[in-house]
Design a protein around this ligand. Structure first.
Ligand code: ATP
Ligand code: MG
Ligand code: MG
Ligand code: MG
Length: 456
């Protein structure tokens, strides 16, 4: 497991053993026909989510476990990079958005609401306005800077075409961070902090995300990168140099205070061509050796922006600098989509039988299968393994249902725990249980003790 020992996780991990006989895991036998892509089908079939209306989902226990593991990793890397967590509301007053001029500009993607006093409100699609209002209220001097505030909160965008399940939903979870700096040079450092944090975050999730030059869209600004993972079902058309796929990821002990070190990371990761279709320059791309040209579909999993004084100016967010003069703050914003990431992770990790979770985000690390419930020796051995693995800090889902082995194998493969331990009377007669690796299908017959040791 990739638990980072240099940081205490935000939420201390509570290791749990769950009995499948009592676990709320509504698996579907049939493949839902509304689902066009594998991740959507598998999320419905394996009981991760339930659609409540177009683009709006409930998260069921298994899905929520994955979402929480993703946000835990995101938090660790945000904190490492110097950001501080807050929580802003989902509902915002329209007046804030009138100050920036975006209330009218945002268009139909914004869900507009009126309260009982006929005041105009909205369900936040993003939080630049609100966080600028917070900074305006409290930040007084250059000594309060740099400042980076982030939250992990539900957003609503009335997407014209919600589809692919949580990949493009209307209500979705976002981690959005906002940086405040005294000038452009400091803001650059803040941008590089998040750039580096994103490289680490996606890599820890088991994904290869490539930062690509991107359009700034309605957020505005002039420096922007989208973090894209390559996938045939992706909605973006992207172009990049193949070497990016094997670039080394910045280490955990990267000094985020070291401006030059972070600039070097940024320079390296932007030294080769990588662009989304909006920013694509065919001439530059075609100058790359043909064997190194990657032209593919991609999924946008993160997006970072530097937009200078675009919001601080209309909001009048300025503070006294060390020179005694007033300075408009330079800002950036930095988004990641954890609920989209659940789908993206499945797109990248599945086979015919089901999901194959990368270790760091697996809802359960081990599926423990009792192949003959009621057989005393089998029950005792299974419980011993359950206890031993839980004590070692693994999340175990114990299939103690009164079902035939075939059904248990299918469930285990579908929900995709990285490890399976199969306990049945036949191998137990020889003092063995079977350990199976979900990703490769590799199986080993081991003693109970060795099986527990084998799980890593
Ligand atoms: P897209 O191009 O896919 O519409 P966006 O550019 O509008 O996304 P941003 O405003 O950059 O999205 O938001 C930051 C992140 O939030 C995105 O990189 C993505 O991971 C996530 N996100 C945006 N829209 C959705 C959505 N409809 N469903 C799920 N996640 C989303
Ligand atoms: Mg969008
Ligand atoms: Mg986009
Ligand atoms: Mg974007």
């Amino acid at each position: 497991m990739q638990i980072d020992s240099t940081l205490t996780p935000f939420v201390p991990p509570v290791r749990t053993a769950m009995r499948l006989s009592r676990y709320f895991l509504p698996n579907l036998r049939e493949t839902p026909k509304e689902a066009e892509i594998a991740s959507h089908r598998l999320m419905l079939r394996a009981g991760l989510i339930r659609q409540q209306s177009a683009g709006i989902y409930s998260w069921l226990p298994l899905g929520l476990r994955v979402l929480n593991k993703i946000t835990a990793i995101i938090r660790e890397e945000q904190v490492r990079a110097g950001a501080q967590e807050i929580l802003m509301p989902t509902i915002q007053p329209a007046d804030l958005w009138r100050e920036s001029g975006r209330y009218d500009a945002y268009g139909k993607e914004m869900l507009r609401i009126r309260d009982r006093h006929d005041r105009e409100m909205l369900y936040g699609p993003t939080n630049e306005e609100m966080v600028t209002d917070i900074a305006r209220a409290y930040v007084r001097s250059y000594k309060d800077l740099p400042l980076n505030l982030y939250h992990i909160q539900w957003k609503f965008r009335d997407e014209i075409r919600p589809r692919f399940g949580t990949m493009r939903s209307r209500e979705f979870l976002m981690k959005d961070a906002y940086s405040f700096d005294i000038d452009a040079e400091e803001a650059r450092h803040s941008y590089n902090r998040m750039f580096t944090a994103y490289l680490r975050t996606f890599s820890r999730l088991g994904l290869k995300a490539i930062p690509m030059q991107a359009d700034t869209g309605p957020i505005g600004g002039d420096l922007s990168h989208e973090f894209i993972i390559l996938a045939s079902t992706g909605e973006s058309e992207v172009f990049c140099h193949q070497d990016f796929l094997d670039f080394p990821i910045p280490a955990a002990d990267t000094d985020f205070e070291d401006k030059e070190a972070l600039q070097a990371i940024f320079d390296r990761w932007t030294s080769l061509y990588a662009a989304t279709s909006e920013k694509h320059d065919p001439a530059t791309f075609e100058a790359i050796a043909p064997a190194k040209q990657v032209s593919a579909r991609g999924i946008e999993v993160g997006h970072i922006f530097y937009f200078g004084t675009k919001y601080s100016e209309p909001f009048g967010l300025s503070v006294a600098g060390s020179d005694g003069r007033d300075h408009l703050l330079h800002m950036g914003s930095y988004g990641i989509g954890p609920s989209r990431l659940v789908a993206a992770l499945i797109e990248a990790n599945h086979d015919e039988a089901g999901i194959i979770w990368p270790d760091p985000v697996a809802p359960f690390h081990v599926s423990l299968l009792n192949l003959k419930v009621g057989d005393e020796a089998t029950d005792v051995a299974a419980r011993r393994i359950e206890t031993a693995l839980t004590a070692r800090g693994f999340d175990v889902l114990y299939d103690d249902r009164d079902e035939r082995p075939g059904a248990k194998f299918a469930t285990a493969d579908l929900i995709g725990s990285p490890w399976q331990v199969l306990v049945g009377p036949k191998s137990l007669a020889e003092g063995k249980v079977e350990v199976k690796r979900r990703a490769t299908g590799e199986r080993e017959l081991l003693s109970v003790e060795d099986a527990v040791e084998r799980i890593a």
